[in-house]
Design a protein around this ligand. Sequence first.
Ligand code: ADP
Length: 512
Amino acid sequence: MKAILAKGYILALDQGTTSSRAIVFDRQGQVAAMAQQEFRQLFPHPGWVEHDANDIWRTQYAVAREVLSKLHLTPQQISAIGIANQRETTVLWDRKTGEPVANAIVWQDRRTATRCAELQEGGQAQRVQKKTGLRFDAYFSGSKIEWLLDHVPGVRDRAERGELAFGTVDSWLIWKLTGGRLHVTDASNASRTQLFNILDMRWDAELLALFNIPASVLPQVVPSSGVIGETDASLFGAPLRIAGVAGDQQAATFGQACYSPGMAKNTYGTGCFMLMNTGTAAVSSQFKLLTTVAWAGPALSGAAPRELANTCYALEGSVFMGGATIQWLRDGLEIIQSAQEVEALASRVADTDDVYLVPAFAGLGTPHWDSRARAALVGMTRGTSRAHIARAALESIALQVADVFSAMNSDSRIALSELRVDGGACHNNLLMQIQADLLGVPVVRPVVTETTALGAAYLAGLATGFWSGADEVAEQWRIDRRFEPLLSHAGREAKQARWHQAVERSKAWVNG
Ligand code: ADP
């Protein structure tokens, strides 16, 4: 009996943009317990977004301990830790003291937008996209590291002397979890730095030179699934194996069991992120999608633990304002008091009466990549009510996702037959129905929507033999609800044509 009870759980750390969460999963992939803490968002200048990396660590460690104590679990009952993290956010710290040299620059931060626009205009964009899968954008870590090296006094010299370590949030957490013994990052996170060649799976000397970054700051790249080390014994009373690491969107794709080429998921969180598994092919996008490492791992192929093997790639589309559009209705317009209320309000009207909201509050992502676009609300008449605006807001989320979906179909030349969904806003049934109508294929919501943490748990549990293989975890995926498209083909086309007219009106609004 004791042997059966032993190591019956996986601890997943889900380090997000606004909160740190820890979830314990059982062998059936069910949530046994969860703890969550929000942390400070720092906005020192317009367009700048920072986190204190020590806040990230403190809250993540606190929730990990809290969730273990909720279930009265001892370290002996945990098979492994899996980590999923907000991506691209850049931390630079002193290798000796472990102290960050400055606040972390968050993925949403636009301070390097001008620098990146210059690079994108230059002659190298196409070649760099081939190597990294990315376009030049302030979103990715490379220009953020360069900024820290150039603007924080003394930092460039210290970096040149080998005294500093760079990491995305996974690296930082693993460094803290191992008492500074490991400076690593997984391949999915590395693929978001714009310094990593996703074809030969190495840091790229040309890109390091372009951003003027010394190679000495870089972490070692490790598999997403594989035992990479142990936590310092003092943290949880005994060492715990760290066996799964992936960026949050890649982890969610894994948690959605999208294991075969052509399977895709969309997460409806603050933003919307659609990833489609393209298998061993790094598909170079013609339609402004990103190409990214989905995961790499010996647990999926039987290679040695620290070896990079069996890389799986994905195409990705990013919508900046997803659920955040609903936050704007709540906090900006104040026409609802909670995000949940939007469904009832939007249901008061049968359609938007030709009103369109283009939520380009922070520019437009895929497929436009227009950082000068700004939000527009068009088509209003004296009959327009807040219900119409609420419905237009929901439609705007689904219309943006539909644009990404069609780019994905075109790039991959695979007609996606369904879309798996997760994230906070996927619980809105009206939104999901509108989405199915606009895609023309079913939208499928699983029972467990904590797919980010679940994916990290799966990556870890597959590496330690907690689960036998991808087939076993894929079996655990269960449908909660399937939304079938009801709108006619002509109706869908008319809606999209009108939406694209509205999008044109929002483009290139601000100068410079
Ligand atoms: P993140 O992980 O990015 O913080 P979550 O997955 O927790 O996001 O989802 C929160 C987002 O979902 C918020 O932007 C919120 O406005 C939106 N949201 C939550 N519930 C609903 C709902 N019922 N309808 C529409 N949007 C919702």
